[in-house]
Ligand binder design. Structure first.
Ligand SMILES: N[C@@H](CCC[C@H](N)C(=O)O)C(=O)O
Length: 292
């Protein structure tokens, strides 16, 4: 099947964007995997699919597949690229744009400086909704909020803060992200038995109360140059741990994201994320239909 696509990136987290506003392409998980493949396909961390509004009061639906072909709930950098795409393609003239994602809705605005600001919704801390199983573990309460000790191979234990931004995140404090064990601990945390839906693993270095460095080993992908929901989760965790102010610049390997979250007694304020969204190129490709 021959399809048109747009290649985009936000802080180096890269996407193949597909337009299904005039009809479904009907791709299989294997075909999404092929599109994301950097050797045999186009190459991307995620595939974003734009669909028409599913309900009054919404402008679009967008669907996200990880490079492993699995559908996921949320993608922060993808959300910014999504709004750049529907605006540049003149699929809408609304600003902000209201979009349905898998388990909720988000609002996205193009800023005058060319960046995009996304209302990412409120973080979720309820373990059942993350989902996370902390039963039998004793949390570390040395800081203002708890961290849960995950046993890893080699008898090491990783103390993680647990938060959902619509998708699950485990956030680990490290002294220096350049030296963090992302390649060895990332896959173990991603598939840890305590996270039944798997998890994105964030390695957070606090530089000051307004500046952090972050690397994320993403569920279904591996380490990416940036993760938007990971940046939101890391800043929310840092604020709840008492280490960060309400507005923080997050330095990733692919660029800077600004995250703002005003903590309240109910911890239910929305997280605002601002960052870049860029079109790289457009193309057509023959997607094999005999993939296993
Ligand atoms: N790159 C994304 C997150 C994409 C989904 C994630 N890998 C998951 O499985 O939850 C972002 O920018 O948020």
């Amino acid at each position: 099947m021959r399809i048109r696509f747009t290649k985009m990136q936000g802080a180096g987290n890269d996407f193949v964007v597909l337009d299904e506003t005039r009809g479904r392409l009907g791709l299989s998980a294997a075909q999404y995997r092929w599109l994301a493949d950097r050797h045999f396909g186009v190459g991307a961390d995620q595939i974003l699919t734009v669909r028409p509004s599913p309900a009054p009061g919404l402008d679009f639906e967008y669907v996200i597949h990880n490079a492993d072909g699995g559908e996921v709930e949320h993608c922060g950098n993808g959300a910014r690229c999504f709004v750049r795409y529907v605006t540049d393609k003149r699929l809408t003239d609304r600003n902000p744009v209201r979009v349905k994602v898998r388990n909720g809705q988000i609002s996205l605005a193009l800023d005058p400086d060319g960046r995009v600001t996304v209302d990412m919704g409120a973080p979720v801390f309820d373990h059942a909704r993350v989902p996370f199983d902390g039963s039998g573990l004793t949390p570390d309460r040395k800081l203002a909020w708890e961290r849960w000790p995950l046993p890893l191979a080699g008898a090491e234990s990783a103390p993680v803060a647990v938060v959902s931004m619509g998708n699950p995140h485990a956030v680990l404090l490290v002294d220096d992200v350049d030296l963090a064990p992302v390649a060895s601990w990332g896959p173990q945390i991603e598939r840890h038995v305590r996270f039944p839906a798997r998890v994105n693993a964030g390695f957070l270095q606090v530089v000051s109360r307004r500046e952090v460095r972050l690397r994320v080993f993403e569920r279904g992908v591996g380490e990416t140059l940036a993760c938007g929901t990971g940046a939101c989760a890391a800043v929310v965790a840092g604020i709840r741990l008492g280490l960060l102010d309400a507005r923080v610049d997050v330095h990733t390997r692919g660029g800077v994201l600004t995250i703002a979250w005003q903590d309240t007694p109910a911890h239910d304020a929305p997280v605002m994320m601002t960052g870049p969204a860029t079109t790289v190129f457009e193309g057509e490709v023959d997607v094999p239909d005999d993939l296993a």
